[in-house]
Design a protein around this ligand. Sequence first.
Ligand code: FMN
Length: 182
Amino acid sequence: MAQVLAICGSLRKGSFNRMLMQASMKLAPGGTTIKEAPSFAALPLYDFDKQSVGFPPEADALNAAVDAADGVLIVSPEYNWSVPGGLKNAIDWLSRYKQESFKHKPVCIQSAAVGLLGGARMQYHLRMVLQAMEAEVFGRPEVIVTMAASKFADGALKDQLTIDLVRQQLAAFVDFIERRRR
Ligand SMILES: Cc1cc2nc3c(=O)[nH]c(=O)nc-3n(C[C@H](O)[C@H](O)[C@H](O)COP(=O)(O)O)c2cc1C
C-alpha cells in the first residue's frame, strides 16, 4: 500500500498537466492511492522576512502533505525551458522548514507540453532542484507528453501509448518506494 501525493505545476483550469495527473490517479497500481496536494496558488513569493514572521498556512499544509506521503508525483509544464515559477516558489518555501519534507522522499516526475520536447528540459531542471533537497528522484520510465494538444480530448488523456506508459511508470515508481522502505 502506497500513498502518493500529486502536485500539479500548472494553475490553469484547462491544464493538460492536471488532466495527466488525473489520469495517473486512475492508472496507479492496485493498493496505491494518488491524491492531489493542497494548492500552492495563494503562496506569497518566498521572502526570508516573511518566513521570519511565520510560514504561510499554504506552505504548512503543503509541507505536511508531502511529509505524510510515501512518495510524491510532480506533474508540470515547462515554462521558458524550465520549472514554472509558482512550482519553484512552493519548493523554495518547503526547503526552509527545519524538518524538510522532501528529504529522502521518493519523487516521480511527469510533464506535458504543447511542443516537441514535452517539458523534458523542465524535468532535468526539476531533478537538480530536488537533488538539492536530497529527495530520492525516480529514474525511468520517463513520462514526457509531447504535442499535448493532440493527446487529450474532452478533459481527459486519450492517447493509448501514453496511457500505457503512465501505467508502467507508476508501477515502477511504487516498486521504487517499496525498495526504499526495505
Ligand atoms: C509562460 C509560458 C512559457 C512556456 N514555455 C514553454 C517551453 O519552454 N516549452 C514548451 O514546450 N512549452 C512552453 N509553453 C507552452 C506550454 O507547453 C503550454 O502552455 C501548456 O499547455 C502548459 O501546460 P498546461 O496545459 O498544463 O497549463 C509555455 C507556456 C507559458 C504560459
